[in-house]
Design a binder for this molecule. Structure first.
Ligand SMILES: Nc1ncnc2c1ncn2[C@@H]1O[C@H](COP(=O)(O)OP(=O)(O)O)[C@@H](O)[C@H]1O
Ligand SMILES: [Mg+2]
Length: 309
């Protein structure tokens, strides 16, 4: 795999001292979809702004397609399409003119056939002569994407593409992102919707308080999530977990009368039957059992609360 974006030791402190990014290093592979998942204020937009050369890092370096984002700003920026979090379009301009102008700003020669294709892919072609202000919120978001694609970028940033967008439009957006990826575009999206990261991404990065806490293959994360937990409530509190049960690596629950057992839900033998029998033999009688599946949401919440995996 070749990386298209390299980020090394990136830090950003805003005037006033806000530490928005701290020692972020990340390689983004050509052609992947990377989702940056984090709560509000985590530093997602700051990270994107730094990669796009819109803000100056306090420490560290970033290169896009081998071009340093500060020293070779133009060359780096030309490879990037950015769909910002806030809607920013010229209200009186028509859809087609909006994308034409944007392409022109990047100094690209006219290519009406390409722009037609972009608008068609985004189901905007029949609105090409409509002034942007007459479009619905969802359509305006599509125009932003068309604008970002107007200069044929190799990398597309989508900053919270579906925040405040209704469910059906969100689905459309996901499909469209999938099609874009097939055309070879590298896509980085930020979101605070776990479902969105789960649905679309090849890799998921979790960011909180300016720190990149984890970057992992989605499938790997999902495999880890195949683990389930059995919550065993006992008839009476237990002081020490009997030695005879050590192979099960039981953990203590919230109270003295609760034990937890981790197992792989997808394996043929979960060990549950044997565990319950061995517990009875060791003198622990089980009052109630409950099983719990950890989800990406649990992983995310644990990371965000504790700051480490
Ligand atoms: N221009 C700025 N000046 C000062 N602080 C800022 C500025 N932009 C963002 N911040 C602060 O930096 C932190 C990260 O913000 P941001 O990158 O927008 O987070 P996210 O996009 O994950 O919600 C927040 O605490 C935010 O208030
Ligand atoms: Mg943001």
């Amino acid at each position: 795999m070749t990386s298209i974006i390299s980020i090394n030791g990136l830090g950003k402190s805003y005037a006033g001292g806000m530490r928005a990014l701290d020692d972020v290093s990340l390689e983004i592979e050509k052609g992947e979809i990377l989702a940056l998942l984090g709560p509000n204020g985590a530093g997602k937009t700051t990270l994107i702004s730094a990669i796009c050369g819109l803000i100056t890092p306090t420490e560290g370096t970033i290169s896009v397609g081998g071009h340093d984002t500060i020293r070779s700003f133009r060359a780096a920026r030309n490879l990037i399409g950015l769909v910002p979090q806030e809607i920013t379009i010229e209200p009186f301009e028509t859809v087609l003119n909006t994308v034409r102008l944007s392409r022109g700003l990047f100094g690209k020669p006219r290519n009406e056939a390409y722009l037609e294709q972009v608008l068609k892919d985004l189901s905007l072609w029949d609105k090409k002569d409509t002034p942007c202000m007459a479009l619905s919120g969802g359509m305006k978001r599509r125009v932003l994407i068309a604008k970002a694609l107007s200069h044929e970028p190799q990398v597309l940033f989508l900053d919270e593409p579906t925040a405040g967008v209704d469910v059906s439009l969100r689905r459309d957006m996901w499909e469209m992102v999938g099609r874009l990826r097939e055309s070879g575009v590298t896509i980085i999206l930020t979101t605070h919707y776990i479902e969105e990261a789960e649905e679309m991404a090849d890799r998921i990065g979790v960011i909180n308080k300016g720190k990149l806490l984890l970057v992992e293959d989605k499938d790997k994360l999902m495999t880890q999530l195949g683990r389930k937990q059995l919550i065993l409530s006992l008839q009476s509190p237990v002081k020490d977990i009997p030695e005879a049960l050590s192979e099960y690596k039981l953990q203590r629950g919230k109270t003295d009368d609760v034990l937890q057992y981790d197992y792989d839900a997808r394996s043929e033998r979960t060990g549950i039957t044997r565990l319950v029998a061995d517990m009875a033999a060791a003198g622990l009688s089980v009052r109630d059992v409950e099983s719990r599946q950890s989800s990406l949401e649990d992983v995310f919440l644990t990371l965000v609360e504790e700051g480490q995996p």
